[in-house]
Design a protein around this ligand. Structure first.
Ligand SMILES: [Fe+2]
Ligand SMILES: [Fe+2]
Length: 290
């Protein structure tokens, strides 16, 4: 049962930041790893407009409910990028256009072709709407889990409030995508098969290909590479399992495991470095070197 767009019109829009005291980041700055995750999240939020450009190349543009949703969704994601950029700025880090210009330069080859690729997928595969609705639901669930985990790790009151506001919107995005995906998957075996094939072959941590692999792998490993992070990912997996025909994929857990292995191999015990500060350094070192 699709969620009526009127819900977004009533409740959506720019997430407020003007009442938050960003000066607290000067007095109580965030650590290096948290800032690196925020840089990644900033980039992904702002990337939404380019993904919108791709989705509009599929025949989904014919449906006014879909175009209304992605208009409002895109606007909300833009303001998420703005809000996170303000946090980066308070730490004298690059943000907004400066990062985006570099990012679009990084992805320019893919971005040149991606509208054509989506046109072909959308016009060549009749069940493609089920794929991008399911994909959207999974990415919104993982975004929500990522903000939740970053809140826990950083323990910074202003950041927690800001991320809490973002999470409320991500939750609504996820509900919309998931309801639509469920409708498409429920009574159509072909949609379930096509969606499963795409997810198994193509799904990876959001941002893969848009930002350097080192950054998606780092964010995945840092946020979810430990027991607390894994508990949040298990909740995402159970939501995916509950979608018609998509049980037992373990998509996110497999991607996080791969990301954690990569980060441990290339950067040493970065995910553990954060835990070491709060948990037990010796136990952590044992785990990492085991
Ligand atoms: Fe967002
Ligand atoms: Fe979202």
């Amino acid at each position: 049962m699709q969620i009526p767009i009127s819900k977004f019109q009533e409740q959506g829009g720019r997430s407020r930041t003007d009442d938050l005291d960003f000066e607290t980041f000067r007095e109580q700055p965030l650590d290096e790893h948290v800032l690196r995750c925020l840089g990644y999240m900033h980039d992904i939020e702002y990337q939404t407009v380019l993904y919108t450009r791709e989705l509009l190349m599929t025949p989904a543009w014919k449906d006014p409910q879909f175009t209304a949703f992605i208009t409002l969704w895109n606007c909300e994601e833009y303001w998420h990028g703005q809000a996170i950029g303000k946090v980066l700025e308070m730490h004298d880090r690059p943000a907004h256009d400066e990062r985006l210009i570099a990012m679009r330069e990084f992805g320019k080859r893919y971005l040149f072709w991606s509208p054509a690729i989506f046109w072909m997928l959308g016009h060549g595969i009749r069940r493609f709407p089920a794929v991008h609705m399911t994909w959207g639901a999974i990415n919104e669930w993982t975004a929500n889990a990522a903000y939740n985990r970053l809140q826990q790790i950083a323990g910074h009151p202003t950041l927690s409030e800001l991320l809490g506001r973002i999470m409320r919107q991500e939750g609504r995005h996820a509900a919309f995508y998931a309801a639509w995906a469920r409708d498409l998957l429920e009574n159509d075996a072909r949609s379930r098969w096509v969606t499963r094939q795409f997810l198994v072959r193509q799904w990876d941590i959001v941002g893969n290909g848009d930002v350097p692999r080192s950054e998606t792998a780092f964010a995945g490993a840092y946020l979810f590479g430990d027991d607390e992070g894994n508990a949040l990912i298990e909740r995402v997996e159970s939501r995916i399992d509950a979608l018609p025909g998509l049980s037992g994929l373990n998509l996110v857990q497999n991607a996080i495991r791969k990301a954690t292995d990569e980060v441990l191999a290339t950067e040493g015990n970065v995910p553990a470095a954060r835990r070491a500060a709060t948990v037990d350094l010796t136990a952590e070192t044992d785990r990492v070197t085991a």
